[in-house]
Design a protein around this ligand. Sequence first.
Ligand code: MG
Ligand code: MG
Length: 267
Amino acid sequence: MIFIRSAQEIETIRHSALLVSATLTEVAKMIRPGITTLSLDKMAEQFIRDNGASPSFKGYHGFPFSLCISVNEVVVHGFPSGYELKDGDIVSVDCGCYKNGYHGDSAYTFAIGNVPADVLKLMKVTKESLFLGMAQAKDGNRVGDISYAVENFTNRMHGYGVVRDLVGHGVGKNLHEDPQVPNHGRRGDGKRLKAGMVLAIEPMINMGTRDVYTRDDKWTVATRDHKPSAHFEHTTAVGKTKGEPLSNFAPIEAAEKENKELNSSYY
Ligand code: MG
Ligand code: MG
């Protein structure tokens, strides 16, 4: 069952999604070499609760943390830990917030210090593919139009591996709702999109093989070839002419830029 949300409901989802963006902005201010991923999680949980919301992920099917923090070859669902970030790492931070009965869900991949040019390109292409996917999230299109746009750009044009084992999803009263939104597929395939649907579109793109495996902790998904993976996600309202992001990268990008300048002595 795919829900069509009222304008009021979409504003409530936007409120939750923007709180996710604000949380990721706080992460962007703190993230640097030497910081533990667990300290980012602790800060994020406090920030979310201070804003009258709860972290969507904590306790979700037993997930023990507020953020998924996925470093380098980890694709998604990484556990925050005592690991200290180091120069050259890339870090996907995925966050969900639940407030007023609705979830928001968004993810951003950060570069720590001097990241090799080919890995920066993977991140850039993955982020661009999210926007290409969102452009297809319009009334009358089908889910496969989003999937194709992501796969065509990342795989056919850039040769990256598109993760198939994990997909985007509807988001609203539940964190994961119908429909599934794969990052590979054919134009014109899948469920028809209608204005008012809300989708979490989230390309997970690998430098090498698309194949992934789940580690013994039952959550952490990593690339088979141990090459890096990037992940960007927006909660997106299906619109009349294009998808509208309800989460927002602009404050994250501004904080990321300021942080890089402040911390330039680390690098
Ligand atoms: Mg997410
Ligand atoms: Mg998601």
